[in-house]
Design a protein around this ligand. Structure first.
Ligand code: RP5
Length: 315
């Protein structure tokens, strides 16, 4: 990477996190994004973590990869205003220990956490953040997402050819569907679109709006119902001025999944505690498949979501 200024800093808590870091690197190489790579532990070499973060002020996004009591992303976030993305690593407890250590941050210090071992999604989210001010990168992400979608459509034909017997008359045609989208009014200069699942506690919605106003973000906040998916699609209509989406949802967080399915712009997901102390919504938001990252924040962490949106917008 000589001569090229890295935009992304990957920090691993240990060399044993190498396999997960390789997933991140593969995506960054594919998207031709320069990165730097360090090994530094929050608990064993705290001062080295601080030194790395403080001496790399040119970095746009930090990616922290760590297992066990994964405090590395939090320590990094305490030293920088730039967005931090955490990748919890499965060392014990299937990575649940690292996931919770990363995502449940204190107020004021938000981190976007990926699914366990999802080094690839950390790279995709980092690219989406960089693409907020890089139109050509944004276009590349759209092409990439379409190729993922096409792969699914192709696999339907291949699978049917592979498993269908003569006694079944499956069609190998792709079903025709229309993606006609309704019109909703999104003012021209909106930077943040906030979609809140309609059953969300009003106190959370009030805190969200208060923080958006306090940080001076130009936003549109709407309560939406999952029984009206067309309306959700309408709010996700591509609009140039929108830089970040925030989706707030409980239970199975279908709304958060729907929002990220519609865009390659950064999506911040806030899982809410409705049942099971919110564990269902936390895990549903965080454990996204490759290529569709949700910048998942802690349970009910609406204020941190706004701070993270501000970090992404950066101005
Ligand atoms: C974490 O502990 C590291 O990020 C790694 O995932 C895990 C084990 O580290 P080692 O004992 O292999 O150094 O801090």
């Amino acid at each position: 990477m000589s001569g090229i200024q890295p935009k992304i800093m990957i920090i691993m808590g240990s060399a044993s996190d190498k396999v997960i870091a390789q997933k991140t690197i593969k995506v960054l190489d594919e998207m031709k994004i320069a990165y730097d790579l360090k090994v530094a532990s929050a608990h064993r070499t705290h001062e080295r973590v601080k030194h790395i973060v403080k001496t790399h002020s040119n970095i746009d996004v930090f990616i922290a990869i760590a297992g066990l009591a994964a405090h590395l992303p939090g320590v990094i976030a305490s030293f920088t205003d730039k967005p931090v993305i955490a990748v919890p690593v499965d060392v014990k407890f299937d990575g649940l220990d690292a996931l919770v250590s990363s995502v449940q941050m204190v107020k004021g210090v938000p981190i976007a956490t990926m699914g366990v071992d999802r080094g690839d999604n950390a790279a995709w989210l980092a690219c989406e953040i960089l693409a907020v001010y890089d139109k050509s990168l944004q276009d590349k992400l759209v092409v990439k997402r379409e190729s993922y979608n096409q792969k699914i459509e192709n696999s339907q034909i291949e699978l049917i050819e592979d498993i269908a017997t003569d006694s079944y008359k499956f069609s190998t045609e792709i079903d025709e569907y229309s993606d006609e989208i309704k019109d909703v009014n999104i003012p021209k200069d909106v930077e943040v679109v906030v979609l809140v699942e309609e059953d969300t506690d009003n106190k959370l919605v009030d805190s969200l709006a208060t923080k958006l106003n306090l940080l001076g973000l130009n936003y549109l906040l709407e309560k939406v119902s999952l029984t009206n998916p067309d309306l959700i699609s309408a709010y996700m209509k591509s609009q140039e001025s929108v830089k970040v989406y925030i989706a707030v949802s409980g239970l199975s967080t279908v709304l958060i999944g729907a929002v990220v399915a519609h865009t390659t712009k950064p999506v911040i997901g806030v899982p809410c505690s409705t049942k099971l102390n919110g564990l269902d919504s936390l895990l549903s938001a965080i454990q996204m498949p490759p290529g569709v990252p949700v910048a998942t924040l802690g349970l009910d962490a609406v204020e941190n979501a706004v701070i993270y949106a501000k970090k992404i917008i950066g101005k």
